[in-house]
Design a protein around this ligand. Structure first.
Ligand code: ADP
Ligand code: MG
Length: 216
């Protein structure tokens, strides 16, 4: 985690997203370090677009006003790779041509130097997810739950200062879902990540235990 003395969380200051002249969504919100805020709303209401805006990947046809501020730094105009914002999607998006360890090492910042050090960070991350010894495995040989955990580890290894969750539990069956969800929330809190979770399942919001925002 990059050390940051002004850890004020993720602020969405009167952010409004418009498409084709119509407002999709407006939010005004501060998410504290380690806090998990849930965002719910109908399909097409702009939830993923908001996460894309925070990441810096929203296409130009959207009009956005307001400010996104992370730990006191405005992210507006900042390239996606310099934002320190991690995102997890419904699909794990693991690279099929890389091993599990290769997928994880890919996310490590370039500032982490040395093969041995990079390998050690990858192995420690796997240990932390009860996946000791999985570095050389082909992702295709993992269970759904293991793949989900690797996807989360990959985001965490990129040293984010905030985490966005775009329905990452929706494809998992209920038992796995509960387990993976607890693991994600535990990591958010441990790493003091301000977290914004989009979900359709009210149980995700209750499990997160934080504020729930319902878009009308
Ligand atoms: P949600 O995640 O709440 O279901 P989205 O943010 O994905 O909603 O979509 C909001 C609106 O923006 C929808 O009308 C959708 O069709 C439109 N939209 C999403 N992505 C794009 C895009 N890349 N280009 C144009 N319109 C888009
Ligand atoms: Mg969406």
């Amino acid at each position: 985690m990059p050390s940051d003395h002004s850890e004020t969380g993720l602020e969405l200051r009167t952010v409004s997203i418009r498409l084709g002249g119509q407002e999709l969504l407006a939010v005004d919100l501060v998410i504290a370090p380690g806090e998990i805020v849930t965002l719910m709303g109908p399909s097409g209401s702009g939830k993923s677009s908001l996460l894309g805006h925070i990441c810096g990947t929203l296409p130009a046809q959207f009009d956005v006003s307001g400010q996104v501020v992370l730990n006191g730094r405005s992210l507006d105009g900042c390239p996606p790779q310099d934002r320190h914002v991690g995102i997890l999607f419904q699909d794990d998006l693991l690279f099929p041509h890389l091993s599990v360890g290769g997928n994880l090492a890919f996310a490590l910042p370039a500032s982490v130097k040395g093969k041995a050090k990079r390998r050690m960070l990858v192995e420690n991350a796997l240990k932390n997810a009860d996946m000791d010894g999985f570095a050389d495995r082909d992702p295709a040989t993992l269970s759904g739950g293991q793949r989900a955990r690797v996807a989360l580890l990959r985001v965490l290894l990129s040293e984010p200062c905030a985490l966005l969750l775009d329905e990452p539990f929706s494809k998992l069956d209920s038992e796995l879902r509960g387990q993976f969800r607890s693991f994600v929330f535990e990591q958010c809190r441990k790493n003091r990540l301000p977290t914004l979770m989009v979900t359709h399942d009210p149980e995700d919001g209750s499990a997160a235990g934080g504020r729930v925002i319902n878009l009308a």
